[in-house]
Design a binder for this molecule. Structure first.
Ligand code: OOG
Ligand code: MG
Length: 263
C-alpha cells in the first residue's frame, strides 16, 4: 500500500489485538513487518489498543511524551517525538508496589509530570498552555515493549502505545517559577542509576507540553482536564531491578518511589 492511503481497518484491529494479547500474556512478539504501517496507521493501532483497554473497564488518565531527550533517542535509536496514552490501570501509587513479572522486560525512567486543568487538545493558542498546568510532580515511568528484545521502529513503538506500562506520580506542587535545569536522580535502593537535568527534556519540560499539544491534536488523542502528562524521560531507562526500592528526586519538586517485588 502506498504511503498516505488509509491502512486496512482489519489489519489495524488485528495488530492492536496482537499487541493487547502480548501484553496480557507477557509474551513478546516480533515487530510487525507490514507495508501499511506508517505513522497515521500506527496511531490508529494505538487508538484501537486503548479502545480494547477501555472495553475492559480501564479509563484514560493522561498522556506521555516519548523521545523528548537525546539520552532516550540515543538509547532506542529513534529520532522523532511520539505521544502515548496512560490509563488508570497503569498507575502505581507513590510508595506502592509493582509486581515485576506482570511485565515482559520492564524498564524505569525518571520523568516530570504535569497536571492539566484543561482539555489539552481543545486549547487554541500556545500562549494558553502554561496556564493550563495546575501542578507539577516528580514521576517515574515503567516502560515495557511488547516487541522482542525491546527493539522497534518509530511506527512500531507508536502502535505499541509508546511502550507504556506503568507510571508513578509523587506529590503535586504548585508550578515553580522555573522548570528548566532541575537536577534529577534515580536510585535503586542506595545506588544511583541515572543522573540528569530537566534541561535534557527539550531544554525545558515546557517544550514537551507544547509538543504534546501539537501531537495530541495531530493524532486525535483525547487529553481531558485532570489528566497527567509525562514530559518524557530526561535520562536513559534502566531495567527494573528484580526487587527493591526504586526512587527518583527532581530538585525543587520532591521525591517519588515504589517497591518492586518478584511476583
Ligand atoms: C519508548 C517510550 C519513550 C520517553 O520517556 O522517552 C518514553 C521506549 O523507550 O520504549 O517514554
Ligand atoms: Mg517515558
Amino acid at each position: 500500500m502506498s504511503a498516505g492511503a488509509a491502512a486496512p481497518r482489519e489489519a489495524v484491529a488485528a495488530l492492536a489485538a496482537a499487541l493487547h494479547q502480548a501484553r496480557a500474556q507477557r509474551q513478546p512478539m516480533p515487530q510487525p513487518d507490514v507495508s501499511w504501517l506508517d505513522l497515521p496507521a500506527a496511531y490508529a493501532v494505538q487508538h484501537a489498543g486503548i479502545a480494547l483497554r477501555e472495553a475492559a473497564g480501564e479509563r484514560l488518565s493522561g498522556a506521555k511524551m516519548g523521545f523528548t531527550s537525546r539520552a532516550k533517542m540515543a538509547q532506542m535509536g529513534v529520532h522523532e517525538m511520539i505521544i502515548g496514552q496512560l490509563t488508570d490501570a497503569m498507575q502505581v501509587e507513590d510508595g506502592g508496589t509493582l509486581v515485576r513479572n506482570q511485565a515482559i522486560h520492564p524498564r524505569v525512567e525518571p520523568e516530570v509530570a504535569m497536571l492539566l486543568g484543561r482539555e489539552l487538545h481543545a486549547i487554541e493558542h500556545a500562549s494558553q498552555l502554561v496556564g493550563a498546568v495546575e501542578a507539577v510532580a516528580p514521576a517515574m515511568e515503567i516502560i515495557d515493549s511488547r516487541y522482542a528484545d525491546f527493539r522497534f521502529s518509530l511506527d512500531a513503538v507508536v502502535a505499541d502505545n509508546t511502550s507504556g506500562c506503568g507510571f508513578v506520580v509523587g506529590p503535586w506542587r504548585r508550578v515553580p517559577p522555573a522548570l528548566d535545569n532541575l537536577g534529577i536522580v534515580m536510585q535503586f535502593d542506595a545506588r544511583v542509576r541515572q543522573l540528569g537535568s530537566s534541561a535534557a527534556i527539550l531544554g525545558s519540560p515546557w517544550r514537551a507540553l507544547h509538543a504534546a499539544w501539537q501531537l495530541a491534536r495531530r493524532h486525535g488523542l483525547k487529553v481531558s482536564a485532570g489528566s497527567v502528562l509525562l514530559a518524557g524521560a530526561a535520562t536513559a531507562a534502566d531495567p527494573l531491578p528484580a526487587a527493591g526500592l526504586v526512587q527518583a528526586e527532581v530538585a525543587g519538586l520532591g521525591r517519588v518511589s515504589f517497591r518492586v517485588e518478584g511476583g
